[in-house]
Write a protein that binds this ligand. Structure first.
Ligand SMILES: [Zn+2]
Length: 364
């Protein structure tokens, strides 16, 4: 008999379940089991009134990690606002393990003007993180947001849409070289992940470098609510909350197929070689064959000899595409992505109508 067998076992219960802690920010606290809707001042207008961002903090009764969900760093990118609001206010968090920090509108001046950038000198809030005290107006705002509501978090998801005039498939952008970021990116369960660290000053890059694994979710177009994309993103959030133990009764979602694209390959954006008016034949999420016509570019007179037909250089998936149908030479037309044979097969199978799929099964 070893000595260990006679020793009193340590009190494991007390060790393994730490107490839930209060979420604190400069000016307040949200205790375990409580939630709060906060209007937090990040700047002042020309009239000296406060510029305040809406923040909802939901602190679960049970201990666990802290996640931020943020949107509208670009003021006209609306889809994410609805995702964050529904998670914060429509979901049942009565058995939440951990804390949700919901920031539906970060760029309040841009949101009020329905513009991408901060209307003050057209600064990009999403190039101003983590911000700095005593610096420009954009960096001061970023600093107030970052120190109070991002720094206390363990992971984060920042929601965006395509730039105005374009649209994109729902996809995740993440630094896949970091395993904890890759875990988060995969948990969101999108079909497409674009790998890369992102530009300096973006919330996801700065937070990730600061030890808070963060992904960006790109979905659809600016100035709209797109219900199907919002629902798809909500599935992603639920899957992340399951993966990281916030909602232990839920399960992680598998998207059916997944492709990870290297962001450095800028060549995947097909650009116009002629100026003119674009007739786009295929939309966001379409699978196009090599040599297939994606669009035509015509002059105002639709003169036959001047029609330019743009063909797909390879078989691939349209991840992003022009919506505003006018181009100068050099403007992007679509973001075409090559798929591995396995992914292509899985995607084609998913898109085969139910009737022909059962036909296929009979033939198998
Ligand atoms: Zn954006």
């Amino acid at each position: 008999m070893s000595d260990d067998a006679t020793t009193e076992p340590p009190d494991r219960a007390a060790d393994s379940e730490p107490m839930a802690e209060a979420f604190t920010y400069n000016g307040g606290r949200v205790d375990p089991g409580e939630s709060a809707n906060i209007r937090y001042g990040i700047s002042e207008t020309y009239l000296g009134d406060p510029v305040r961002i809406p923040v909802t903090v939901i602190n679960g009764e049970q201990p666990g990690p802290t996640v931020f969900l943020s949107a509208a760093a670009h003021g006209d990118e609306l889809n994410g606002i609805e995702v964050v609001r529904e998670v914060a206010h429509d979901w049942d968090h009565s058995v939440l393990h951990g804390t949700l920090v919901c920031l539906p509108v970060m760029n309040v001046p841009g949101f009020l003007a329905q513009e991408r950038y901060l209307p003050i000198y057209d600064r990009d809030l999403n190039r101003s993180f983590p911000g700095r005290e005593g610096s420009t107006s954009a960096r001061r705002m970023a600093h107030r947001i970052y120190t109070n509501f991002i720094e206390p978090c363990d992971i984060g998801i920042d929601f965006h849409t395509s730039t105005r005039g374009r649209t994109n498939m729902l996809h995740v952008r993440a630094n896949m070289e970091q395993s904890d970021v890759a875990r988060l990116a995969k948990a969101f369960s999108s079909n497409v992940i674009i790998a890369g660290e992102g530009p300096s000053g973006t919330l996801r890059r700065e937070a990730t470098e600061d030890g808070i694994p963060t992904i960006t979710v790109e979905m659809g177009e600016a100035h709209r609510f797109q219900r199907r994309l919002i629902d798809r993103a909500l599935t992603g959030v639920a899957s992340v909350l399951a993966e990281f133990g916030f909602h232990r009764e839920s399960s992680v979602h598998w998207p059916g197929w997944r492709t990870v694209i290297d962001d450095d390959n800028e060549k995947t954006w097909l650009r116009a070689d002629a100026g003119g008016i674009v007739d786009m034949k295929r939309g966001r999420g379409a699978l196009v064959e090599a040599g297939e016509a994606i669009c035509t570019i015509t002059n105002p007179f639709k003169e036959e000899e001047d029609i330019v037909t743009v063909e797909a250089p390879f078989t691939g998936l349209i991840v992003g595409v022009l919506e505003n149908p006018v181009v100068y030479p050099g403007n992007p037309l679509c973001h075409l992505v090559e798929l591995s044979p396995d992914t292509l097969t899985a995607l084609e199978r998913e898109r085969t109508p139910e009737s022909s799929r059962s036909e296929l099964r009979q033939n198998d």
